[in-house]
Design a protein around this ligand. Structure first.
Ligand code: GLP
Length: 242
């Protein structure tokens, strides 16, 4: 596990952008694992700018997103489908047919999960981008998720519901209670992993991820076993590491 500590959010996005764009440039038909949440927004913005400037081509890139809420409409502004369209897909020359987000709105969620796992088993993700929850979750794999898990439905932790209320008018009642997420095995199957963490509310999650025991209490700690994992952390989130 390689840990890069940067000064602030701007530097975090710049470093993350450099790593991801290098992959896309070297391997134009790469497969990316993509993440949502507030943290990757600045990185996506840089990707959009580079694409608009003709410096980064997404035409052959494929993508698989980590997760999606269950129980809100596909067209809800805070669905992860919409998040990806708004922050990246609608502004770059990616082929939407090559982008994949779990179908949280599916009537038959078991079937949707099986299909996602089937797709993932045929794909090789070159780089999986991750944020991290304040409780150490990655994707929506909350504490207690088995390390051998694949895409499944989860009940979100109260802390996650609280953290994500900012996207739902700060109204806890509006935050979905369930989500569909890649499992930890799917994430570990990626050839490389790039985790970004910013801000003081990630201090404990980052400490447990990097220095803690490998334990399902902190799902991200499994990344210590990944052969090619880079973690970029700003000084605020890295406070306990230094
Ligand atoms: C959600 C997402 C995670 C993300 C986490 C942290 O729970 N499912 O993938 O890492 O939020 O979000 P933020 O980056 O906004 O702190």
């Amino acid at each position: 596990m390689k840990v890069i500590i940067v000064k602030n959010y701007e530097e975090l996005c710049q470093k993350g952008f450099e790593i991801m764009s290098e992959l896309i440039t070297k391997k134009p038909d790469c497969t990316l694992g993509l993440a949502t949440g507030g943290t990757p927004v600045g990185l996506y913005k840089k990707m959009v700018e580079a694409n608009k400037a003709g410096k980064l081509d997404f035409s052959k890139v494929s993508s698989y997103n980590l997760d999606e809420y269950v129980g809100i409409d596909y067209n809800h502004p805070e669905s992860y489908h919409k998040f990806m369209r708004r922050n990246l897909f609608d502004h770059v020359n990616i082929d939407l047919a090559k982008t994949h987000v779990p179908d949280g709105g599916a009537k038959d969620s078991k079937k949707a999960i099986d299909e996602y796992n089937e797709m993932l088993s045929k794909a090789t993700i070159d780089m999986q981008l991750l944020g991290i929850g304040s409780d150490g979750h990655i994707g929506f794999d909350e504490p207690g998720t088995p390390f051998d898990s694949v895409t499944h439905i989860v009940d979100l932790e109260e802390s996650t519901i609280k953290d994500n209320a900012r996207f739902f008018d700060n109204d806890l009642n509006k935050v979905p209670r369930k989500a569909m997420t890649m499992g930890l095995k799917n994430i570990m199957d990626a050839k490389s992993v790039l985790l970004l963490a910013s801000g003081a509310n990630k201090i404990d999650a980052i400490y447990n991820t990097v220095r803690g025991d490998i334990s399902t209490d902190c799902p991200a700690s499994i990344l210590q076993n990944h052969p090619n994992c880079t973690i970029i952390v700003d000084e605020a989130a890295a406070a306990k590491l230094q």
